[in-house]
Design a protein around this ligand. Sequence first.
Ligand code: GTP
Ligand code: MG
Ligand code: NA
Length: 459
Amino acid sequence: AAVSEDNLRSPICCIMGHVDTGKTKLLDNIRKTKVQDAEAGGITQQIGATFFPVEAIKQKTAALQKTMNLQYKLPGLLVIDTPGHESFTNLRSRGSSLCDIAILVVDIMHGLEPQTLESLRLLRAKRAPFVVALNKIDRCYSWKTCPDSPIRDALAQQNEHVIREFEDRAKKIMVEFAEQGLNAEVYWRNKDLGRTVSLIPTSAISGEGVPDMLMMLTKLTQERMSKSLAFVDILQCTVLEVKVIEGLGTTIDTILVNGSLSEGQTIVVCTLEGPVVSTIRSLLTPHPMKEIRVKGEYIHHQTIKAAMGVKICAQGLEKAVAGTQIHVVGPDDDIEELKDAVMSDLTNILDSVQATKRGVMVQASTLGALEALLEFLRTCDPPIPVACVNIGPVHKKDVVRASVQLEHNKEYATILAFDVKIQNDANELATELGVRIFTADIIYHLFDQFTAYMDNIKQ
Ligand code: GTP
Ligand code: MG
Ligand code: NA
């Protein structure tokens, strides 16, 4: 494949940080959407993806064009939203493993927090360049709102004591970065982009600093990464989620990280019932500036180039497993080898669990959610032992599997169901057999329910 700096793919930018620092709200501000308002408990529990075409970025950075004189060479930016809650280390890790660059969001009122440090570790391990959004600048006492304004213009409108509060907080955060062995500096004073991390004050609510954040991302990717962003036709495509869409049937949401996909291609996909070979019937994307996690209208494509959030329609994908890689069968490929390759992620996880005889059954919507839940149950206090796992809705056969525990460990005859539906007949059978099913769409609520139940038994 031709490698050329004139044929660049869109970089993938991962937005990371501690819970509730404003990652999703920042994206909502750029998109002018309300994704965060609709999240259960106001927390993100899945990886999201939004494509920002270069035209939109140009428009949003127009106010800075005079001072910065930016050139735009990239087709756009694919931004991946990640959860900040401590339970989702695996999704942060998956997000960061996909990214070329990142925005690390820090609440200017709180400074560096545990998942900020964890995100830092992931980004440094990946050697991904990043900028820091010092978000919630509007919480500085008596901040004057200047909607969507470049941050220096907004600061110029503030009283002296607001400037002082901002400078004090920024300085404190620079010290915290220094403690992590990192030089950090407010971006307009940063003379060495290669060695010093840029701090960009932002407000996700009123939009101050958002143009600066987009401008710095563009600068960073174009000046420092154009070689690694040269388009290469080697497929890397990760399943995010399986969704049934009216009129389309079962579809899978994916992140196309590298290479391209076309209608009619033969793909091999990891499913709970083994590898499935299928044909791409159609390729859809959400409209630009829309989150793939949110239901909406789609654009049909014959071919799509990376990077992009892509919905694939093909037969037999009902049991596709989120977090696994899709392979396209080329003329020289051995299908049997590809089948083994796609199944390896899932096999690893299932094998690691089924070692314990006594424990609860855990069921989750995606491989990612399952990994998160298992990690959470393993590290919580007291840890909850897990005997078996499954992905997808709870069926009668899952209840039967959980009921095995009734004989020796009655309290473990329990299904912890995260973000999945319970079939009616499964519920009935559970009642009949005495298997408990706890459901939640917030991961730690399952722990709370189960521990409350255990405490109850002990009394
Ligand atoms: P997780 O995905 O759950 O880790 O959270 P997040 O980082 O995506 O934060 P989210 O967008 O959910 O915002 C958390 C809360 O902070 C919400 O109540 C937001 O309204 C609020 N918030 C986010 N950004 C700002 C900001 O710039 N200023 C103010 N005042 N509030 C903000
Ligand atoms: Mg979020
Ligand atoms: Na949140």
